[in-house]
Design a protein around this ligand. Structure first.
Ligand SMILES: Cc1ncc(COP(=O)(O)O)c(C=O)c1O
Length: 372
């Protein structure tokens, strides 16, 4: 038998989540963010699954972080426009942007200069990035006015100008900083008459006032709920990845016996420990504490002991029927219908779903499933 660890990817759930994003922002176009290999799910497979939706409901564009990611999508046969969310990293990339029909964010003066000096075969659609308060990338609202005007007159280089910005706190219950960012953007957009692309997943789910011409959902497409407090809409998300394995050995321990490195967990009573084929060498977070939930035969049990490179250990004392070969779900859907969300697991790791999902390493085979 092959090593049993796999990442099962449910492409129907991906389509369901994308449809939900569209339903929540019906007046916006929804670009599907599939950077970082579609948050660890496989960008080509995910893009192709979304492109297979009916013409009136498929993503009009995909978004990635860099040219290399866009090239890999084009090699994989993806035809739709692809936006580079950070634009180019050096001027020489413009030739490939042009050849591959990509769109690009522009966040720095050197990118503007490079674009204006370049003669593309067709004007390149540009999303001008404004720093409305995230303080990561983008022009200040004041600078953005002049850059917008320079790009607008250079219609032989730049086309379909949009204003783009990113929220620092759209997920938080306290909307104060979000509203501050929003009011700066609204003023700028009104001044320029510019279409907006602002909303990440939390804003798509919970901030309708941020739904501009475009929304830009990422993590919600994969079924993770980014909101500080789940909403009616976010509860409709379906997990796309199930990280699934099996018990490969069982240890019967006397009370007081330690388990794993440093003996972090000690049996409080005579205990049965299931050894699971999954470790930090697969991307499972080694910061997971004792008590982190794991589904064994679809029932919640607790991680017991430090995560090793290739294995982890769970307390199955309460599950006498579990043994070697029993199904284990680290997150996602168990065969009996139980669900363990990656968001919950992330909380036990002091992490976020984004790092857990993007952290699943290439050693773990992705297995794709779809009914429709
Ligand atoms: C510029 C930009 N837009 C959109 C997204 C998607 O965000 P989320 O995954 O929270 O929906 C990201 C994610 O990092 C981003 O950096």
């Amino acid at each position: 038998m092959a090593r049993p660890l796999v990442a099962d990817i449910d492409l129907d759930a991906l389509r369901h989540n994308y449809r939900l994003a569209r339903e929540l922002a019906p007046a916006s176009q929804a670009v599907a963010v599939i950077k970082a290999d579609a948050y660890g799910h496989g960008a080509v497979a995910c893009a192709r699954a979304l492109e297979a939706l009916p013409a009136d409901s498929r993503p009009p564009a995909f978004a990635v972080a860099c040219l290399e990611e866009a090239e890999s999508l084009r090699r994989g046969g993806v035809k739709a426009p692809i936006v580079l969310l950070e634009g180019i990293f050096e001027a020489s990339e413009l030739e490939r942007v042009d050849a591959l029909g990509l769109w690009m964010a522009v966040h720095s003066e050197w990118q503007v200069a490079a674009l204006l000096a370049y003669r593309p075969t067709r004007p390149i659609p540009v999303w001008l990035k404004v720093d409305s308060g995230m303080h990561r990338l983008g022009f200040s609202p004041e600078e953005a006015v002049t850059v917008w005007q320079r790009l607008a007159v250079a219609s032989e280089c730049a086309a379909a100008l949009h204003l783009m910005s990113h929220f620092a706190t759209a997920d938080a219950l306290d909307g104060q900083y979000f509203h501050q960012q929003m009011s700066r953007l609204r003023a700028l957009a009104e001044h320029l008459g510019a279409p907006l692309c602002l909303a990440n997943s939390p804003a798509t789910l919970a901030r309708p006032e941020a739904h501009g011409a475009w929304v830009r959902p990422g993590v919600m497409l994969y079924g993770s709920d980014p909101l500080e407090a789940p909403s009616e809409a976010s509860r409709r998300l379906r997990p796309v990845m199930t990280l699934r394995s099996r018990i490969i050995a069982v240890q019967e321990l006397a009370a007081g016996e330690p388990v794993g490195y440093a003996g972090r967990w000690r049996a409080p009573r005579p205990s049965r420990i299931g050894v699971v084929a999954c470790g930090y060498g697969d991307g499972y977070d080694r910061h997971a504490v004792d008590g982190t939930p794991v589904l064994v035969a679809g029932q919640r049990v607790s991680l017991a002991g430090k995560v090793s490179m290739d294995m982890l250990t769970v307390d199955i004392t309460e599950l006498p029927e579990a043994g070697t070969g029993t199904e284990v779900v680290l997150w996602g859907n168990a065969s009996n219908g139980e669900v363990l969300s990656v968001d919950e697991v992330a909380r036990y790791c002091g992490a976020i779903s984004y790092t857990l999902l993007t952290g699943v390493l290439p050693r773990v085979p992705r297995r794709y499933h779809e009914r429709s």
